[in-house]
Design a protein around this ligand. Structure first.
Ligand SMILES: [Zn+2]
Length: 134
């Protein structure tokens, strides 16, 4: 069983996007501010007029952790979780796949590394975004 993210009115557009291979960023239709995580009201102008744009799917590692403990359902640990600065200017958290985590000193990822989004289809209703080194 995989970990299922919270899907609600605020984040539905995001998960609709990953299903068709789009990384969507919420954008305020009133003032154009981008935000992540998505929310009902704009933090810049307090308007509730939400839209989105499709991100390029590329970004840079701002920081990361190697998650070794506690166990995560459906995951073989360790996994790398990174804060990714998208080229569009929002910061997003996500798992980075394909990175060796042999020991604490041998993690093949560094702050500033370029990442590209990929998609992991869990089932017909859920596709998770996953990052790989570009
Ligand atoms: Zn706004």
């Amino acid at each position: 069983m995989a970990v299922r993210p919270m899907v609600n009115r605020d984040s539905q557009f995001f998960w609709d996007g990953t299903q068709i291979g789009e990384l969507r960023i919420q954008v305020c239709n009133a003032c154009g501010a981008k935000r992540f995580p998505p929310g009902p009201a704009c933090q810049s102008c307090d308007e509730y007029d939400r839209g989105y744009e499709v991100a390029s799917g590329e970004g840079t590692v701002f920081s990361y952790v190697v998650h070794r403990h506690p166990p995560v359902p459906g995951k073989e640990l360790p996994i790398v979780i990174a804060l990714v600065d998208l080229d569009e200017g929002v910061r997003m958290i996500g798992e980075v796949a394909g990175v060796s985590t042999g020991s604490t000193t041998e993690v093949e990822i560094a702050v500033g590394d370029r990442l590209r989004i990929d998609y992991h289809k869990v089932d017909d209703e859920l596709t998770l975004p996953i990052w790989r080194k570009a």
